[in-house]
Ligand binder design. Structure first.
Ligand SMILES: [Zn+2]
Length: 253
């Protein structure tokens, strides 16, 4: 009941027709020169790489946290909605808030690797790239007692260094198929929902942000405000909203 009430708290309009292409295509193209060196990899794993999962499931993912100024609000709303999500965290942020990281894991959310900081991986050499991912993975494993499974590099840049480091670390790279452009200064709950909607379908991976540490101040409130209606639209369409762990992705690493 509690879950239904929370989801119906906002006026639901039902799921509109889904359509449009993969948002992650732009990120994949950005990383194409490096991906192209892996012969056959692009076509073999590109759907999984973009986060296309089970037909009856939508993966909910957040980047750039954890942030004590905003992440607790997300935990509260997700708890009210009875929804679990995947958080791609920055190691530098996680190091400053270990208690918050433990709280996220204890609430059943999945923690995954974004990077130690947010500098694009294309600006790094192979050792620095490996170090970014390894340090963040190790910190999450130490803090939560559980090794993360997924990685999404800052800006979705899948350099050859990221792919090689991910493979060594046993991390599966996952981008996204839908985003809310929730990082902009003009983002609101309703325009975030409108941006997601064309790509909201079974198998989608939705990218939002639980922190404004790399975006417009307070932008996270747009993503937070969009959550109840996003959950209601998935419910209406018979889609389960949850973490990547339940998305049915094939492991790449
Ligand atoms: Zn990010």
């Amino acid at each position: 009941m509690r879950r239904q009430e929370a989801r119906r708290g906002r006026a639901g309009t039902g799921l509109a027709t889904v359509g449009g292409g993969l948002v992650a295509a732009s990120a994949l193209l950005y990383g194409l020169p490096s991906l192209a060196t892996f012969r056959g990899l692009r076509t073999a794993v590109a759907p999984a790489l973009a986060g296309v999962g089970r037909a009856d499931h939508v993966a909910l993912t957040f980047d750039d946290g954890p942030d004590p100024a905003s992440t607790p609000s997300f935990l509260e709303v997700l708890d009210e909605l009875d929804v679990r999500a995947t958080f791609f965290v920055l190691g530098g942020m996680a190091q400053r808030s270990p208690g918050l990281v433990r709280e996220m894991a204890a609430a059943g959310h999945e923690l995954a690797v974004h990077g130690w900081d947010h500098r694009p991986m294309l600006l790094r050499g192979p050792m620095s790239t490996y170090d970014q991912l390894a340090r963040t993975r190790d910190l999450l494993a130490e803090t939560t007692g559980r090794a993360p499974r997924y990685v999404r590099p800052p800006h979705g840049v899948l350099s050859s260094g990221v792919l090689a480091a991910s493979h060594r670390l046993g991390l599966t790279p996952v981008l996204w198929t839908a985003w809310g452009r929730d990082w902009t200064a003009t983002a609101t709950a309703s325009n975030v929902l409108a941006t997601i909607e064309p790509d909201l379908r079974g198998g989608a991976t939705v990218l939002l942000h639980d922190s404004d540490c790399t975006s417009a101040p307070g932008a996270w409130r747009s993503a937070l405000g969009a959550l109840p209606e996003l959950a209601a639209r998935c419910d209406d369409a018979g889609l389960q909203l949850g973490p990547l762990a339940e998305h049915g992705l094939r492991p790449y690493a």
